[in-house]
Design a protein. Structure first.
Length: 154
């Protein structure tokens, strides 16, 4: 089998540059699962519905944070004000399935993120675990969607 480019691990430590919290970021939107919305709402002391109405927008049937002047609404003084409960998309950066291609990593991720190559060494197993958590979350969402469709008999 072909060796992964991250076979020997990758160093990463967030440098709090907030680059990934501003528009122009590869992904564009910060997408939110129900769990993300519940956690942040709880942290803010508001209901999940209230949080969704106030801070969320929907694009292609997926909830994401509304941007303020193209930045994340929780970016305050260049820092994430909900860092402890930040969404999975933010927690798992830069180890996203779509980033884990040698070319994308070198061309986009490394260039954009000053945390790459610094700090903690993430082993291949740790990276795989982070990737798996995202795939499982997507699968769970898909299963819920299928159940809803079956229930509503669409
Ligand atoms: S939730 Fe926090 S880490 Fe995520 S984009 Fe917003 S400010 Fe950045």
């Amino acid at each position: 089998m072909r060796k992964k480019f991250y076979q020997d691990g990758i160093r990463f430590e967030c440098q709090r540059s907030s680059t990934c919290c501003k528009s122009g970021h590869i992904e564009g939107y910060v997408y939110l699962s129900l769990e993300d919305r519940r956690q942040i709402a709880n942290h803010l002391g508001i209901s999940t519905i209230g949080f969704t109405k106030r801070y969320n927008a929907k694009t292609r049937k997926k909830y994401h944070l509304k941007q303020t002047k193209h930045d994340c609404p929780f970016l305050k003084n260049n820092h994430c004000s909900i860092y402890k409960v930040r969404p999975m998309q933010c927690r798992t950066w830069p180890f996203w399935p779509e980033n884990m291609k040698k070319y994308t990593w070198r061309k986009d991720v490394k260039k954009e993120c000053p945390g790459v190559g610094k700090g903690k060494l993430y082993t291949i197993d740790e990276i795989k675990k982070i990737l798996k958590s995202q795939i499982l979350a997507k699968r769970k969402k898909l299963t819920t969607l299928i159940k809803t469709i079956k229930k509503t008999n669409i």
